[in-house]
Design a protein around this ligand. Sequence first.
Ligand code: ATP
Ligand code: MG
Length: 155
Amino acid sequence: MNFSIICNDLLETEKLAEKFANNVRDIGAFVSLYGEVGAGKTAFTKLVCKYLNVKEKVTSPSFVILNEYKSGVIPVYHFDLYRLEKEGVNTIINELEEYSEGKILTFVEWAEFSQNVLPFERIDVNINYIDDSKREFIFNATGENNIKIINGLKE
Ligand SMILES: Nc1ncnc2c1ncn2[C@@H]1O[C@H](COP(=O)(O)OP(=O)(O)OP(=O)(O)O)[C@@H](O)[C@H]1O
Ligand SMILES: [Mg+2]
């Protein structure tokens, strides 16, 4: 299942994130975020967390690899693999699968080199920088629940 949308500015990205949060809050999901530096991977994560009532400050977990936000309506796990070398990314892949299970929301910001094919159901989000304020979001979902979440973005 595939869905793409252009967000003309940050406010439109916020509307998309609000819908995403509403669709995911009762289900949970594993979300892989791809896109160049400054594309908006952290921005999207932050905005989804806002609509899940996360109280902690959502920042890029570059130095610790993983941030956990427990104050929202579902637990959110936020990985950033930017600082890992290719080998480091490969060692973490097996560990990631457990973050795709249960009613939790996991975001993984991937290093650009690591367009890994993961062996479990998830939502892939590719964010393309178009200009200063304009972004293209391309969602690819596998698995019944994830497809439901993405279908809900179309309405
Ligand atoms: N329509 C938009 N959608 C998302 N972000 C936008 C948009 N317009 C402007 N921005 C800005 O683009 C920047 C995106 O930065 P962000 O840190 O989210 O990128 P990133 O993909 O996480 O990069 P990195 O690889 O460094 O982690 C933010 O400053 C955000 O405010
Ligand atoms: Mg980031």
